[in-house]
Every structure is written in C-alpha cells, then in structure tokens.
Design a protein around this ligand. Sequence first.
Ligand SMILES: [Zn+2]
Length: 195
Amino acid sequence: MSSDSDLMEVVSAIEPGSTSVWLECPHCSADAQHQASAYKGPSDSGVFVIAPTVTYGVTCDACGKAFYFRPKALTNTSLLSDVGPSWCKFLPDVNRWAAELAALARADMQGEIEALVWPYRLGGDEYLSVDMKGVEGGDLSITFGVGGVESTEYDFDNLAGNTCFNVPDMTEALSMTVVLMEKLSATVVLHNRQR
Ligand SMILES: [Zn+2]
C-alpha cells in the first residue's frame, strides 16, 4: 500500500515563466511534456510557479503512475549538464532536444538504427560527428561544433543535409549523443576513419 507521502519527486530546473516542461518519469523513464495550463490554483496564470512550497502532481501517460514535479529556478551555472565521474544529470533542454530530434530521426529512418560516432579537429576547432542509418532505409547526420559557445545552441529548423549544433565542450556533445542514442535504441560504433 502506498500513500501520497511515498510519491517520488522530480526536481527540474526551468526558465521563469515556463508554460511547459519535459519530465522523465521516475518509475518508467518515459519522457513527456507537461503543460502548466493543466493545473488549477497557484498556476492559474498558465506558468509553472517556482517556490519552495509548490509541487505539481503528475501522472505518467506511459505507465499510469504518479509523481511530484518540483520546479527549480534555472541559474546561470546551468549552462552545462551536471556530468561527473559517477553521476549524470542532463539539462532539461538536452532531454527536450533529444526527444524532438529522435522523433524527427525516427520519421526519416526505417528499421534498427546504427550510428557511427567520431571526433575530429579541423582548422583549430573540435567536432563530433554522428552518422545515423536505418537498416531498412533512411539516414541522418548531425555534427556538434565543440567549444565555440558558452551555452548550447539547440535550435534546428530543418534537418536537410548536415545539421550542426554548437556546444560548449566535448563532454556535453557526447552526453547529448548518449541521450539521443538511448531514445533511438541505436547501435553505436565509435568510428575509426582509417579503417
Ligand atoms: Zn512512467
């Protein structure tokens, strides 16, 4: 038997005034977008309220279980995912980016997805290349430009040809790749171009 006090809590950093948030269900790990407009009361204004006393009850569409969402203010130090030697907490934007890109990639490729991943340097800059291919058809290539920006540029208008995302460092590029590969259940090969 469980009571409300047993409910798991998910703390996630959001921009002030956010109307929606991507959350990972602590029970089944499914990602879903949740709208502040679905809640009555403190968030009647349609935005998620960031306050020590405010939590939101969420029910996961995938597994039907409930959890609490506690919004936390996004600080300037949250320009990078919190990735250490034995822990990993991706920025909410990384999960959102990966979920949206995975949906687009899925629509472009058929069958199991294989991905070749390799880093390179060119003209004094670092890059990480990710070539995805559907075993039964379709492909998609993305490249991370590494080190030229202070915060990640997640935007993509279209995926025709090579799409480049600029990220602060190689750990962020590889972490974003990991999240994307997990969402695609892709087989990943660290590629050696000399082979
Ligand atoms: Zn769930």
